[in-house]
Design a protein around this ligand. Structure first.
Ligand SMILES: NC(=O)c1ccc[n+]([C@@H]2O[C@H](COP(=O)([O-])OP(=O)(O)OC[C@H]3O[C@@H](n4cnc5c(N)ncnc54)[C@H](OP(=O)(O)O)[C@@H]3O)[C@@H](O)[C@H]2O)c1
Length: 246
């Protein structure tokens, strides 16, 4: 997909990977970027880069009226980037795990699904549009310390495959993005090697431009994906061993 001149909506654009994607898309020559955020003041720093091409959009993907309003406001999009997500960083058997699991499913699965459903007719009408969903490499293998987040991203992975098939006849491409650890507020305080959000955004844009259906935008996700293809059980066991002592 040639991103030059395109109109793009990025959800969760108020920080982290979302902000980096907006910056990188501007550099690639996008004509208009709708930057979605639950609270638009969070976009102020981003807007200072280009108040003409960046349009703030108040968007909470878990609120049907908010999703519907965004679809009305952004009815000229060529590319929808479903980036918004939450991670409560919790194991499945921890005391508040049910509440965390529901909250993560609400955003990472149901919210993303609602966005796909709202924008599918718009993209289908435009003919050759695309949806790119930011999933996670730990949507493909469970990391127990983030057990319920992984389950919600696994649902997100299945969602990508399903809407890809449903939208193919309309000529709408559906791209899955599977990052490893990235240095954003989501991983704050977690000591581990992390890619920067700008590195990941750059790799995502390169993958989109290249027409990739699945994007592994950092060395760790590339490595895990290779191992998952070769020996999935071994990867499951390797990740299962990363469980902290209680
Ligand atoms: N960081 C990583 O290591 C990593 C790895 C793999 C995948 N990912 C995925 O990458 C995406 C971006 O995460 P990030 O690392 O950049 O973390 P982040 O800085 O916490 O960004 C997440 C964004 O999602 C927004 N959001 C949360 N709930 C929302 C809702 N109901 N409606 C609309 N927006 C909502 C947040 O907005 P508020 O500021 O209003 O909360 C925030 O802007 C997520 O889907 C995440 O799961 C991250």
């Amino acid at each position: 997909m040639n991103l030059k001149g395109k109109t793009i909506l990025v959800s969760g654009a108020g920080g982290g990977i979302g902000t980096a994607l907006v910056r990188a898309l501007l550099e690639k020559g996008a004509a208009k970027i709708y930057a979605g955020a639950r609270s638009t003041p969070a976009l102020e720093e981003l807007l200072q880069i280009d108040r003409v091409r960046i349009i703030p959009v108040e968007l909470d993907i878990t609120v049907p009226a908010s999703v519907a309003a965004a679809a009305r406001q952004c009815s000229d999009v060529d590319l929808l980037v479903n980036n918004a997500g939450v991670n409560r960083c919790m194991g499945l058997l921890e005391p508040h795990a049910m509440e965390a699991a529901r909250a993560e499913m609400e955003v990472n699965y149901f919210g993303t699904l609602a966005m796909c459903r709202a924008f599918a007719p718009i993209l289908a009408r435009r003919g050759n549009g695309a949806i790119a969903n930011v999933c996670s490499i730990i949507g493909l293998v469970n990391l127990p310390v983030n057990g319920s987040y992984c389950a919600s991203k696994a649902a997100g992975h299945s969602l990508i495959q399903g809407i890809r098939a449903e939208l193919a006849p309309a000529g709408v491409r559906v791209v899955g993005i599977y990052p490893g650890p990235v240095d954003t507020s989501m991983t704050a305080g977690q000591a581990m090697p992390k890619a920067t959000s700008m590195q990941v955004a750059g790799a995502i844009i390169a993958g989109l431009a290249n027409g990739d259906e699945e994007i592994y935008p950092d060395p760790m996700s590339e490595d895990v994906q290779r191992k998952l293809m070769a020996a999935p059980k071994q990867v499951e066991q390797q990740f299962a061993a990363m469980i902290p002592a209680r």
